[in-house]
Structure formats: C-alpha cells, structure tokens
Ligand binder design. Structure first.
Ligand SMILES: *Cc1c(COP(=O)(O)O)cnc(C)c1O
Ligand code: SF4
Length: 338
C-alpha cells in the first residue's frame, strides 16, 4: 500500500547531502569499517557516493551488492580487447552539441554532465561531456521544435535531476510548447540514490506539463530501495508520472534469478514496473562486471517461470547502428513444477 500522504523534502536538503558525498575509495572503505586496500579511481571518474545510498550499504561486507557498484577496482585500469571508450558509437548519434538521436521518434538531450553517484560500470564514463554543454539547451530545443518527427524527448545526462528545479521547469515548459512532442521522459538514478531530490518545485514542474511524463529510474538491486525511495516514488506517481526501471546485469551484483526476482518485486511494491535489463555495454574499465549472454538467458528463463509477465523486464543489448535496443530472447524452458 502506498501511504496516503507524504510531503516532499525541503528544497535545499538534497544539495547539502550531495556536498557530503564520499569522494574517495579510502573514505568509502573507512566509513564501512572495511580494511582491504583501496584501488584509487582514475581522476576523470572519481568515487562518488551520496549519504542516502551509503546508508544502504552493509558495513563490514566487502561483497555488498551496492558497494560493488561504487567501489573503484584495480581491474578498471586493465585494457581488454573488445572494450572501448565509445562502445556504443554515440559520437555517430550526435545531432548537434547536447542532442543525441539514435532511434526514430525519440531524441535525447544531455541536460548536464554530472551525476550524484558514480557507477563504476557506467556506459557514459568516457563521454566527451565538454562537447555537450548545458549552454546548448536553447539550440537543442530549437532543433526539436523544427522536427515534427520527434514525438518523445528524453532528458538524460549525466543525471538530468542534478539540474536545479528552475532549469528543469524552464526545459519542461519549453518542451510542453512543442505540439508534436507527445511524451517527455527522464532517465534518472536520482530517486534511488538521492530521493531527497523530490522537492515541491520539481513535482510542480512535472505536474504542470500537459505532456505525458515518464521517469525511468535505475536500480539494480532490491537493497537499493528503502522507505525514502518509496516516498520519492510515491510523490512522483502522485504528480502523474509513469514510473519504469532500467537496470544493468552486473557480475556479483545481481547475476542470479533470485536477485532479479527480488528486484522486480521490490520495484513493484514501490510503484515501478521493470522495463529493461541491459547487458553490459563493453566500455573500457568495466569488463569485471560482464555477464555472458548465455548466463543472462538462463536467468531470464528462471525469472519468466516464477514471475507474472508484467514483472519480467526485457533483456536487451545495445548494438550500435541498430534501429532500437536489441531484445535477447531465450529458448530453453525449465521443467514445469506445478
Ligand atoms: C536507449 C536510448 C533511447 C531509448 O530507447 P527506448 O527503447 O525507447 O527506451 C533513446 N535514445 C538513445 C540515444 C538511447 O541510447
Ligand atoms: S547514474 Fe547513470 S549516467 Fe550517472 S554514473 Fe550512474 S550509470 Fe552513469
């Protein structure tokens, strides 16, 4: 049950929490009573963990599935054939600075380069954000307004909810004025990692838009969801936002049907439907997270046998140049147990 009434957070709390984020491997391990030697992150993608996420990591457990997502490993520095900086050929998808388009009808605005958390497996960890400044927003919006084929605009980054409420309100207002834009989608990890981001002004900006708003959050493990994320998600749902989740299949973090089943159920309890389960993008510095397509398929087989269809995400892989994300289907079926 979604609790009947909860208030949004105070407007500046999330900024104060963000400033208090842990910013080094040593500080991260120390705060969790862990002693093993820390690998330092490369300076262009430092460790970053905001306090609400840190509070969900179990102290003293070096295998904690949340810790593994944020702790830099020595393996990040290894060069592995097949893992490259622009594995998704995003440089080919740039329509203009700050505006990407790969698929028909959907264009993606890089709202900001920053994120509240640094996920070590991030597919945009080498993205040339310096070429995609927020100063380009007006030009991007003009391009979108002039192209009637764009029906959905995705606000991405970085994390679009790192932008101030005023910036977001202005962007949403301008997008709302474009008649051919039917849907506005936000791709954000913020409701999960810093739920205090859900302020009254944000809810107002979302609720005021005449367009349908979809928010695709990003949680990889049931342990990432707690009463604070529930409050944030309930508030967003109350503003009329459709809530979906995308996650990445990550070795040691969520590579079992049990972990995936628990995630799907925990998401639904907080009002979110599973959307995509992505195979890892082969971006340099992330190979230690890779799960094979065969293992992924066998997890899906088990999941499909145990969950209602609406709780099973689409297992997908991004293949550069394709007309959409590529679904990976599975063929073997487990024996029926009933
Ligand atoms: C993944 C992606 C989308 C969204 O694809 P959907 O299948 O609609 O979720 C849109 N634009 C870009 C550039 C993407 O990488
Ligand atoms: S929140 Fe998303 S964009 Fe930001 S570091 Fe994590 S995976 Fe990358």
């Amino acid at each position: 049950m979604i609790p009947a009434f909860r208030a949004p957070w105070e407007p500046d709390l999330w900024k104060a929490l963000l400033r208090d984020s842990v910013r080094s491997s040593d500080a991260l391990l120390q705060s969790l009573d862990l002693k093993h030697p820390a690998a330092e992150a490369s300076p262009d993608f430092p460790v970053r963990v905001p306090p609400p996420y840190l509070s969900r990591i179990r102290p003293g457990d070096p295998e904690d599935p949340l810790l593994l997502q944020v702790l830099a490993q020595a393996a990040e520095a290894e060069e592995i054939p097949g893992f490259t900086e622009d594995a998704l050929a995003e440089s080919q998808a740039v329509r203009s600075p700050g505006l990407l388009q790969k698929y028909e009808g959907r264009a993606l605005v890089i709202v900001t380069p920053a994120c509240a958390i640094h996920c070590r497996y991030c597919f945009r960890r080498h993205f040339p954000y310096e070429d995609h400044s927020p100063a380009e927003h007006p030009a991007s919006l003009a391009t979108l307004a002039a192209d009637p084929s764009v029906e959905e605009v995705i606000l991405s980054g970085g994390d679009p909810l790192i932008a101030d409420d005023a910036v977001l309100a202005r962007l949403l207002e301008m997008l709302s004025e474009i008649p051919h834009v039917r849907r506005i989608r936000l791709h954000t990890r913020m409701p999960v990692v810093l739920p205090q981001r859900v302020t009254a002004d944000l809810l107002k900006a979302l609720g005021d838009s005449p367009k349908q708003i979809i928010t695709v959050i990003h949680a990889n493990h049931a342990q990432e969801l707690d009463p604070a994320t529930h409050r944030a998600l309930s508030l967003l749902a109350g503003a009329g936002v459709t809530l979906l989740n995308q996650s990445v299949l990550l070795k040691q973090v969520n590579d079992s049907w049990q972990a995936q089943k628990a995630l799907a159920e925990a998401l639904f309890e907080q009002g979110v439907l599973p959307y995509y389960l992505h195979l890892l993008d082969r971006v340099s510095g992330t190979h230690h997270f890779e799960v094979s397509e065969e293992e992924a398929s066998s997890i899906m087989t088990e999941l499909h046998a145990r969950l209602p269809g609406y709780l099973v995400p689409t297992l997908a892989k991004e293949i550069p140049g394709e007309s959409g994300k590529t679904p990976i289907y599975w063929t073997t079926r487990p024996a029926k147990t009933l």
